[in-house]
Design a protein around this ligand. Structure first.
Ligand SMILES: *Cc1c(COP(=O)(O)O)cnc(C)c1O
Length: 239
């Protein structure tokens, strides 16, 4: 193995152990939590190594980085998740490789995604990104719709050709009433998920938790954790 293969294998083993420990502490089955490795800013060669190490889900947050990487890795058995703020002019490109867009936070984006999914003949899974620090009708600073806007957006997705409503995503807020209270934030997301599943029973994905707070997310009930730094290392630049 190369040094990088050794490093990624060791980091991945640690993260998998953390998830397993968090599941057992919460009395949850290990297979109820899926690891998504956030490969943003890291090269396609790392994605290839991760695939060989058994990773099946990767996430990216910038189309300009993700599109060439996804093309280079198109032969690998991977699901691609888009988790960044998404401009409508990037939607056609993103729909070309993304299996799931986790950052759906406005009606205009739903319309654009639907149009491009139909054009491409693809079905794209969508998560509504919830901003727990947003005011009633606002969007969050890092994207996301306020809790009060989730139901309407989910209905719109469910009624849009080419799209599937899969669930909810959040990033633990840095400001507002949930700042520094990851467990409470993720608990709130779970309540919103319960509400969502009344209208859309199959929309049971709950994407929450990153390198620093995956334990809190698993304890709250997250089905998917998105881990970057703990697997790949501290990113060389902001992303
Ligand atoms: C970068 C990123 C992550 C991963 O964060 P780490 O702290 O590196 O684990 C998770 N979710 C989103 C939306 C991200 O942009």
């Amino acid at each position: 193995m190369t040094d990088r293969e050794d490093e990624l294998a060791a980091n991945l083993a640690k993260v998998r152990e953390r998830i397993a420990a968090a599941c057992s502490a919460a009395g949850r089955a290990r297979e109820d939590v899926t690891l998504i490795v956030v490969t943003k800013t890291y090269p396609a060669s790392d994605v290839r190594i991760l695939s060989e190490l058994g990773v099946r889900h990767v996430a990216e947050n910038k189309d300009q980085d993700a599109a060439p990487k996804a093309t280079e890795c198109s032969g690998l058995p991977l699901s691609w998740h888009f988790v960044g703020q998404l401009q409508t002019n990037k939607v056609r490109s993103v729909v070309g490789y993304a299996d799931v867009v986790q950052s759906v936070d406005r009606a205009r984006l739903v319309t654009a995604l639907s149009k491009e999914a139909v054009r491409a003949g693809r079905e794209v899974g969508c998560l509504v990104q919830v901003a727990l620090d947003a005011g009633a009708s606002e969007r969050g600073e890092r994207g996301g719709v306020a809790p009060g806007g989730v139901a309407e957006l989910a209905d719109l997705i469910a009624g849009s050709p080419g799209l599937r409503i899969d669930g909810l995503m959040t990033v633990a807020p840095l400001t507002g009433e949930y700042a520094g209270r990851q467990r409470a934030a993720f608990g709130r997301l779970m309540d919103l998920s319960t509400d969502l599943r009344r209208a859309h029973p199959a929309a049971n994905m709950v994407s929450a938790g990153m390198s620093a707070d995956l334990e809190e997310a698993v304890a709250a009930g997250a089905t998917h954790v998105r881990v970057g730094t703990a697997v790949l290392g501290v990113r060389p630049r902001l992303g």
